[in-house]
Unconditional design. Structure first.
Length: 80
């Protein structure tokens, strides 16, 4: 279920960044803040569970950042 949500957020950020590049920064920061909060919370797990607990959040953050960047880059390549 989480994977589906992250994919939907990536598609939303890509479309928003492609259509409205300047206005896509706010939602991108909001997604980044929520995922970084989860990453920090998972990192506080006891023992050796902290680092592997952070991995899904960090890879999700990277995916959302890349999708928004690709949307803005694609918009920049348009001739108009």
């Amino acid at each position: 279920m989480t994977i589906v949500i992250i994919i939907a957020v990536c598609i939303f950020l890509f479309a928003l960044a492609f259509l409205l590049p300047r206005l896509s920064r706010g939602p991108q920061r909001g997604v980044d803040k929520s995922l970084s909060a989860g990453q920090r919370g998972a990192g506080k797990a006891p023992g050796a569970l902290g680092r592997p607990g952070q991995k899904p959040f960090s890879s999700s953050r990277k995916a959302t950042q890349k999708s928004a960047a690709k949307g803005r880059k694609g918009r920049g390549k348009l001739p108009f």
